[in-house]
Design a protein around this ligand. Structure first.
Ligand SMILES: *Cc1c(COP(=O)(O)O)cnc(C)c1O
Length: 393
């Protein structure tokens, strides 16, 4: 019934699965027929503390009963607290701007870089270098920043000034007098769970520092403990000038954040957002940080993360005919599958068998479970996957 309504009334921009989820508990979802699914996708890396997390829900319910929204014309207490938490926990001397999505956070990052390129130096520097297979969002400029030409069909003309590097090494060659920034994901998410080489990133950081070119790290997917650390920047031991966050920070309440060490870059009027950083989304994010911080300090987070990693590695070894290799960090993992046809079939069959998984790039089976997934849920997920894979061989 709803399938027809969906097709009749929603623009067809998604290749949707027709399932009607009714409720969830942590990493398990239930549909309208009470069939259960192990959620290895967490709404594309969003539901960090799990579905229907009681402590989280209580916090946002309480906030809803007080104030949801006021606008950024007034100070917003949970926004201030969240900014302080993010800055303090990250260890970076930065300030924050709040938006509503990853694309918007990256838009703000691009504006920060462009303004910096305008106000310092003799000539306007405006070029931003991004990497092949990157993903930075769906707005017109973040789409242009996304170096996947196939996604640019139909939507031009685009804003100028984005330059694509085929890999980290080529970035140095592409830097010229007009380059103001390099924007990249430390582990490419949509592009195929592709971690960059740590040493190369650190060398790039030094190179860019000497040239006063901004290092802009898109942590929309990797941020907020996804890789096991608060930020992937910590894993790579770098200090960029701009960091963007979104997906996993507020458990599904829309939010985007840009953090920058260019603390005085914006003056009133330079940038803004009606909804960005309102009481609801920042209260939600504060609670997510509190829950994850406690979970991490208890040791249970790392224990379960390692448990998941072991299960995944053993699983990869069991099916060498299907799985080429296992990639990623923490709870951001991928299995490279022999062919894209096989991958499509696996995702489809897993869904039917009650496991939600994601595709990334051409041939990667992507795992982004809630960070609070239990050992039992991990076991159940792999048990179901085992059945799917043993039928696929
Ligand atoms: C998902 C994603 C975005 C876009 O985020 P939206 O909230 O969909 O706008 C940007 N960058 C990266 C790395 C992402 O994974």
């Amino acid at each position: 019934m709803f399938e027809k309504l969906d097709k009749d009334y929603i623009l067809h921009s998604y290749a949707r699965n027709y399932v009607n989820f009714k409720y969830g508990i942590n990493a398990t979802l239930y549909d309208d027929k009470e069939k259960d699914y192990i959620d290895f996708s967490s709404g594309i890396g969003v539901v960090s503390v799990g579905h229907a997390n009681k402590e989280f829900n209580q916090a946002i319910k309480k906030q809803i009963d007080q104030i949801i929204h006021i606008s950024n014309l007034y100070m917003i207490e949970p926004q201030v607290k969240l900014a302080k938490e993010l800055v303090t926990k990250s260890g970076f001397d930065m300030r924050c701007f709040f938006a509503n999505s990853g694309a918007e956070a990256n838009e703000a990052a691009i504006k920060i870089a462009r303004k910096y390129g305008e106000v310092q130096g003799k000539i306007k520097r405006y070029k931003i270098i991004t990497l092949k297979h990157s993903f930075h969002g769906r707005s017109i400029s973040t789409l242009k920043a996304t170096a996947q030409e196939s996604m640019h069909n139909y939507f031009g003309p685009f804003p100028d000034g984005f330059v694509y590097a085929k890999d980290i090494d080529q970035i140095k060659e592409l830097c010229d007098d007009h380059t103001i920034g390099v924007m990249l994901e430390l582990i490419q998410g949509e592009g195929g769970v592709e971690p960059q080489d740590k040493k190369k990133i650190q060398e790039l950081e030094q190179f860019l520092k000497q040239k006063d070119i901004l290092l802009m790290i898109d942590e929309v997917q990797t941020g907020i403990y996804r890789t096991g650390e608060l930020l992937a920047c910590h894993l790579y031991e770098i200090s960029p000038q701009i960091i963007t966050l979104a997906k996993g920070i507020a458990n599904g309440v829309p939010i985007g954040v840009v953090m920058s060490s260019l603390k005085d870059i914006f003056s009133p009027g330079d940038h803004g957002s009606t909804f960005g950083g309102n009481y609801l989304s920042t209260r939600a994010a504060l609670k997510v940080l509190e829950i994850l911080d406690r979970y991490k300090n208890s040791g249970e987070f790392d224990e379960n993360m390692i448990y998941f990693e072991d299960r995944l590695k053993n699983f990869a070894k069991k099916y060498p005919n299907i799985i080429l290799k296992e990639v990623g960090f923490g709870f951001m993992r991928g299995l490279r599958i022999k062919s894209s046809d096989m991958l499509a079939k696996i995702i489809d069959e897993s869904f039917k068998s009650g496991v939600l998984l994601l595709k990334a790039g051409r041939d990667t089976l992507r795992f982004l479970p809630p960070l609070t997934i239990s050992k039992m849920e991990i076991d159940e997920g792999f048990k179901r996957l085992d059945m799917v894979f043993s039928k696929t061989v």
